[in-house]
Write a protein that binds this ligand. Sequence first.
Ligand code: UT7
Length: 317
Amino acid sequence: MRYSRIAATGSYLPAKVLTNFDLEKMLNTSDQWIRERTGIERRHIAADGETTVDLAEHAVRAALDAAGCRPEDVDLIIFGTTTPNLFFPNCGVLLQARLGCRGVPAFSVETACSGFMYALSIADKFVRAGEAKRALAIGAETLSRITDWTDRSTAVLFADGAGAVLLEPAEAPGIVSTHLHADGGYWDLLYSGGGTDLSKPSRAITMKGNDVFKIAVNTLTKSIEETLAANRIVPAALDWLVPHQANLRIIQATARRLDLPMERVITTVQDHGNTSAASVPLALDFGVRSGKIRRGDLILLEAFGGGFTWGSALIRY
Ligand code: UT7
C-alpha cells in the first residue's frame, strides 16, 4: 500500500499590516469589538499590484526549500483559492509558468475557505494512486480585493496570505484520512458575485455572519467527530488541532465541545484574520516553523466556508 506524507510546508504574508486601530479610522468600529467578537488584532493586506499567485509563489518556494526540492521536481499543482488572478487560466497554471515545471497537471479548486482541504485531499489521492510523486496543495487569497471596505461587518474579518504543502510518497500514512462535504443549499449565506451571473454583479463578500457562525460550530464539531470515528481515536489522542482561522470564538467553541484544551490548538487568527483557503496551511506552517508541531505528531486539520463546503483531515506529520 502506498501513502502520501507532508514533505514540507511553506507560507507567505504580504508586508503591509492593518491593525484594528487602523480600521477604527476607516469604519465605525473599535479594537475592543473586533477582539471580543473575533479575536482578530491585525491582518496582512497585499500591496497594490501584488496578486494571489505572487503570494502563493513565495509560499511554495518556502516549502520547496524546506523539502530540499527544486521546482522541476513538482509533478502536480492543486491551487485552492476564491480570489483567482483571472477567470482563466487558473492560478495553478499561472504558478506553474513561474516555477518552470511545464507540462505537469495544474488546476484550481474553488471551494472558498475549504479550498486547501479539498486540494490536500485530491493531491493525496494522486500520490496514493502513483500518478504523482511530488504534489503541491496550496491555499492562497487576496480577499482584500473583494472586501467592501465600507462594510464593517465583513471588512474587519478578511485578509490576505498563502500557504502550501508538498506531498511525497511514503511507506506509512502521513495523510491518514480526509473527509470532504458540501451543501449548496446554503450558498446565499456567504458569497461573492461579479461572475457571469449578471444578477449578482458585486464582488464584495456578502455574509449573514450570525447564521454562518452557528452552522460553522455545529458542522465543524461533526466533521471532526467523523474523522476521529473513522480512525477509531478520541480527541485526547490528537497532538494538535489546526482549525480554519475564521473567528477565535468558533475555534474555542469547537475545542470546548471536543474537550480539547486550547494549549493543543494552533491559533493564528489574531495575527492573520480570516484568509479563507490560506488559513489552514498558514496555521500549519506557523505551527511547524515555531517548533510547536514536530515530526510524528498526530494533527487534525479542518475548514468550513462558503457553499457551504467543509472538510477535515487526520495527518501524521
Ligand atoms: O470563513 C468562512 C466562515 N465565516 C465565518 O465563520 C464567520 C462567522 N461569523 C462570525 O464570525 C460572526 O458572526 C461575526 C464576527 C461576523 C459577527 O459577530 P456577531 O457576534 O455574530 O455579531 P452580530 O453580527 O450579531 O452583530 C452584533 C452587533 C450588531 O449591532 P446591533 O444590531 O446589535 O446594534 C452589528 O451591527 O455588532 C454590530 N457590528 C459591529 N460593531 C462594531 C457588526 N460588525 C461590527 C464591527 N464593529 N466591525
